[in-house]
Design a binder for this molecule. Structure first.
Ligand code: SF4
Length: 373
């Protein structure tokens, strides 16, 4: 494995079982509560990852508390990131989870730098911060606390119902900095969910998460993604999904078709061949020329979604505005646009931190005014 980037002190005496080339600072373990998972505890050197300049993403930095994701979504676009560790993008991504045990301490240091401009930081863009291991390591309370205390707006995207644990903390944080909350959900058929997202909470549980977030007074945008051609793009499926999401109180919804980038492409294709061989030739046509569906499919999907959104009081551009529900702040502007693979799609309202009109920009850290844990 290319672990050197994680190494802080090569003089540490112990050598880890199974990782003979790495001295100290890492420990690999399996624990009874997570059968099948191997947790690799590392000390990270940095917590904030800069988004490459020129990216369409409406945030400049991300934080990943883990690498790999036990939610194990077959279609996960982040699979190839595991190859950097010389682990594979298939089962290793699901089962070999790297835990950045010192991330809160490192983050606090980075946020305290005079050069830190307190710009939007996104969590959940590459691996889920509320995957199973978070129950053991409890990294997120420290991350939330550090961001809020430093005056840094942030957003969290998750499928993990463990986020409910931190709702009181998030509500307190939202009094001090703008925050955005996003939940992704795509599948409404329990069997399909079990086959495609075997480690993730059920769609019903995620709907309850949306309800809990909005019930706590926080915004919550839903990514209805990925829509799987021939599997979840029927009118009936979209109607059921959008109706349930609206009923759960989502502030906005963005519908996105499946992307198949390298890593995810091989893993998903193997699954499709095994489980739905009749669809293989259709997917070859759709994804034969690249990671994204052709414009014709995007247009076809884009035509069927708006009437359903409108029927349920949601609209594609500004999420909850049609239902009289503000985004992450009453009167906020439409969310940013430019999602990879569908530049016409915006982030759902509520999923990005939005400063209330007239609100002051973040000032210097004022920890004494915060009411966090
Ligand atoms: S929850 Fe997100 S990061 Fe985790 S496997 Fe699924 S798609 Fe990937």
């Amino acid at each position: 494995m290319r672990w050197d980037a994680q190494r802080l002190d090569l003089d540490e005496p112990s050598t880890l079982p199974g990782l003979p080339d790495v001295r100290g600072l890492l420990r690999s373990l399996q624990v009874p509560e997570f059968p099948g998972l191997t947790l690799h505890e590392v000390r990270c050197k940095s917590a904030l990852n800069a988004v490459p300049k020129g990216s369409a993403m409406p945030f400049g930095h991300t934080i990943n508390t883990f690498r790999g994701c036990s939610h194990a979504c077959v279609y996960c676009f982040a699979r190839s990131t595991h190859e950097w560790l010389e682990l594979d993008s298939g089962a290793d991504f699901d089962q070999q989870i790297v835990v950045k045990t010192n991330i809160v301490e490192v983050l606090r240091r980075e946020l305290a730098r005079p050069s830190w401009r307190r710009e939007h930081v996104a969590l959940g863009t590459n691996t889920d911060p509320y995957q199973r291991a978070e129950g053991r390591y409890r990294l997120m309370p420290g991350v939330i606390n550090a961001l809020a205390r430093s005056g840094t707006p942030f957003s969290i995207l998750t499928k993990g119902t463990l986020a409910r644990r931190d709702l009181p903390l998030l509500v307190a944080a939202a009094r001090d900095v703008p925050i955005g909350m996003g939940v992704s959900m795509a599948i409404w058929d329990d069997d399909l969910h079990a086959a495609l997202e075997p480690g993730a909470p059920t769609p019903h549980a995620r709907l309850e998460l949306v309800r809990a977030i909005t019930g706590a007074g926080l915004p919550c945008g839903v990514f209805l993604a990925p829509v799987l051609p021939g599997l979840t793009d029927s009118l009936g499926h979209l109607e059921a999904a959008i109706g349930a999401i609206a009923e759960a109180g989502a502030t906005g919804v963005t519908v996105l078709p499946l992307h198949l980038r390298p890593g995810a492409r091989e893993w998903f294709t193997a699954w499709l061949v095994r489980e739905h061989p009749a669809l293989v030739s259709r997917y070859k046509t759709l994804y034969g020329r690249g990671a994204y569906v052709p414009a014709e499919y995007r247009s076809w999907l884009a035509r069927r979604v708006p009437p359903i959104m409108a029927r349920h009081g949601l609209d594609r551009q500004s999420g909850g505005s049609a239902r009289g529900v503000g985004a992450a702040g009453e009167g906020s502007a439409s969310p940013d646009t430019g999602l990879p693979g569908d530049e016409s799609a915006g982030f759902p309202a509520g999923s990005l931190p939005v400063r209330r009109p007239g609100a002051d920009p973040p000032g210097p850290p004022v920890p004494e005014q915060l009411s966090l844990c």
